[in-house]
Every structure is written in C-alpha cells, then in structure tokens.
Design a protein around this ligand. Structure first.
Ligand code: FES
Length: 239
C-alpha cells in the first residue's frame, strides 16, 4: 500500500513552517513512520509527492525499539514514537507528522528537549547516599524505570510549558523511584522541590496516562509520589 506522509517542516534558524507531502510504498505490514522516514532519507534529495527534489527530513532516532524516546513526534494529532506508529493504523493512508509542540523546533521533526533535562537537574534526581529498595516497592520501581523521557506526556499536559514553574509528568517516575529508595531524611530536598515544581502545578487531568508510549500508570506514580513527598511529610510536621 502507498502512504502519504504530510510533514510539517521548518528549516534551521527560520521561524516559518510549511507542509510538504511525501509518498512511501510500504514493504511490510510492520512498517512504521520511522521506516518511512528512514527510507525517504536514503536519498540526499528525496522527491516529494509532487515529484520535486527536496532536502532530507531531519528527525531523531536511536534504538528503533521504543526504548530511547528520541523519535517522539506528533502523528495525526497524537504524540507518539515514530518507531511505534504503524502506517497501517491509518484508515485513509495519509498521516500528518509534526514535531512536538512544547519544545523549540530545531529543524523539521527535531526538537530541543534541553528544558526537560534541566528540570531533572533542578530536582537533583540522583541519590547522594546509598539507596535501598524494599521488596514491597519493587513493582513501583520497575514501573518508574520504564520512563524513557520522550516528552509525549508533556505534549498533552494542559499545565506544562517550557521554562514554566511546573515540570510535568516527565519528572515523576524518577522522583517516585528515589522517594521509595531513600529514607525520608535523605529525600527531604527532593520532596521539597517535587512539592514546588510538580505537586503544586498538577491539575490531575491525567492526559499523560493516555499517551505514554511505555504504558506507565502515571496516576499510580503520582499518587505514590504525592503520598511520600507531600502528605506523609505534612503529617509528620503536625506531630
Ligand atoms: S528510536 Fe528509540 S524510541 Fe524510537
């Protein structure tokens, strides 16, 4: 089957975007948006749907196995991993492909996710003492470790915007993991920053739960992180 990829493109250091369509002849049922982009870029001047020479489509990928998060983009209005988006899911054969909208666009489908990593650094999400995982927390820790920092959750979050005070769901899995592995005395600063940058700004829309490519139960992680970082500490202060 032949698919049309309508791609929102932008050149480097240029603000204006434009749509350009490319056709791709699928070679197997398992072909994804990533397969199509890879095939189109095998030529240094891929032909667009009008038969005109174009420039290669910039996008990011690494693992092609839904493990690194690099290929996150908006496909038919939904944030997804290109390597997980089967072409045959499209009923019409035409797919709209856009960069994530919450981050600055570098070029075409490549965005700059620096703010996501800066937010993790602000929260100081690393153990400064030896962490210990209790048996009853293993499931939670495993679920937390599924996060690949792709940014899909931030794309649909009504409260997150780049450089805003609210850091969004992308910081919750790592926070949950550390809160469950460290003692309250050792996670005091992480809990304080979490309360300020996550708990305080989350409107509980849980839109993140519907789009997470790793199917993380974001609600479960939020409930646990809120309990450890906020409610438990408030209770302790009242004693
Ligand atoms: S390339 Fe790694 S998740 Fe898609």
């Amino acid at each position: 089957m032949t698919y049309t990829l309508k791609i929102l493109r932008r050149e480097r250091n240029v603000q204006a975007s434009y749509w350009e369509s490319f056709t791709y002849e699928a070679v197997s049922e398992g072909d994804t948006v990533a397969s199509a982009l890879t095939a189109l870029n095998t030529s240094t001047s891929p032909k667009n749907a009008e038969g005109e020479s174009s420039r290669p489509i910039e996008w990011e990928c690494s693992c092609l196995q839904k493990r690194c998060g690099a290929c996150a983009m908006v496909i038919d209005g939904r944030p997804r991993l290109a390597c997980d988006a089967l072409l045959n899911e499209s009923k019409t054969g035409e797919l709209r492909v856009e960069p994530l909208r919450k981050f600055p666009v570098v070029c075409d489908l490549t965005v700059d996710r620096t703010i996501l990593y800066d937010n993790l650094k602000t929260l100081r999400l690393w153990p400064s003492v030896e962490a210990e995982l209790a048996d009853e927390c293993r499931d939670l820790a495993y679920e937390s470790s599924e996060c690949i920092q792709c940014g899909c959750c931030l794309e649909v979050c009504p409260n997150f915007y780049a450089e805003g005070p609210f850091f969004g769901m992308a910081t919750v899995p790592l926070t949950t993991r550390l809160l469950t592995e460290l003692s309250p005395a050792d996670y005091r600063e992480i809990a304080r920053q979490y309360a300020k940058h996550t708990f305080a700004g989350c409107g509980k829309s849980l839109a993140c739960k519907d789009v997470c490519p790793r199917r993380i139960d974001t609600e479960k992680l939020l409930v646990n992180a809120n309990a450890l970082a906020v409610w438990k500490r408030k209770k302790e202060k009242r004693k």
